[in-house]
Design a protein around this ligand. Sequence first.
Ligand SMILES: Cc1cc2nc3c(=O)[nH]c(=O)nc-3n(C[C@H](O)[C@H](O)[C@H](O)COP(=O)(O)O)c2cc1C
Length: 358
Amino acid sequence: MKIAHCMGCNQCWLKTPGICAIKDDYEKIIKKLVETENLWIVSDTRFGFLDYKGKRVMDRIMPMLNMTVCFRDGWMRHKLRYHALNIGLLYKGAADQAMMEDWCKRTAANIGGQSLGAIALDPQSAISSEARESPVMPGPIKHLVIINGSPRMAKFSNTDKIIHSFVKGLEETGITWELHNLSNRKEWDAAREAFLTHEHILIAFPLYVECIPSMMLEFLGTLPSERKQPAQLSFLLHGGMDEGNEFRFCERILQGLPEQLGCSYGGTLIKGGSFGIRTREDAVKAKIVAPYEKMGRMFAQSGNFFIPEAKKFTGPEQYPWLARKMVSLLFMKKVNQGFEDFAKSWGCTRPLEDKTYC
Ligand SMILES: Cc1cc2nc3c(=O)[nH]c(=O)nc-3n(C[C@H](O)[C@H](O)[C@H](O)COP(=O)(O)O)c2cc1C
């Protein structure tokens, strides 16, 4: 089927509830999902995870949920547009079985369902524990290549706002930087060239369905697995949900990724609560992203994110029971009303929870 990457335009949640703005074959899949309880994804693997083609089937599933949020099983989740979906995975190629099962569980929980299990089609190609030669560490940072891995156009991207606060801290220490945006395919050649010819690279990106957005996975797949000179690859990972636990699966994938691209790992800075930064007034926006400036300074000084401040930056792994109760009682209605009001400002004329294909 012809299926494009989700580009995070949010139209399926805020403008035409339940209807994706991309007109390709995925609409046929959504219409089938509305009639079923179980979804099996059959996918090749790359970097020990689904390859970009498998991942984009999941990234495009957003119309099955809606913008408004609630607590489900102790976690903040988007409400279901239709019904719960169980998720199963048949995968071919190298991957860690336990990781794949974990991803199925996490993804299914997001859609109110259960994991149907992850099944390796060629179990003999499970990830080899044979250690590769450790990549050589480069010298201290003088210049940083930053890649914005968000599929959303840079000017609308929350990642972009976060990066611009982070680099203020970097600049104070005299480090220079350059930025490449993957949302614009015309920038891919320059991004690849910068990746291959510099020693320090930071990829900043939003969490998409518990892991790396499919578009960024496609870009990473175009990079060679070896390089001529040493390099360190670090990550800045953020997402809509607040709690640290949301990001742990993706963090484990990132820990193994640099080695597969011939780089050493410089750690991952993680923070939630980034949904809607771009939609806020300038003063509020600046306040939300301000803490990243300090992290830019600290990253410049330590050369990586293996510092206690980076660990603390993430915040709580899960909100305690009482905090969840208070949020439910006092703020949830207001938050969801805010989404309704925002949708109206985009010209949305239908309820956000519209069951479009029923
Ligand atoms: C397809 C898709 C999947 C997403 N999945 C998650 C997720 O699993 N967890 C989460 O916390 N946020 C998730 N988000 C929210 C984004 O991470 C968040 O809105 C982020 O701020 C977007 O950054 P950007 O504007 O730079 O793309 C998802 C958003 C989209 C569009």
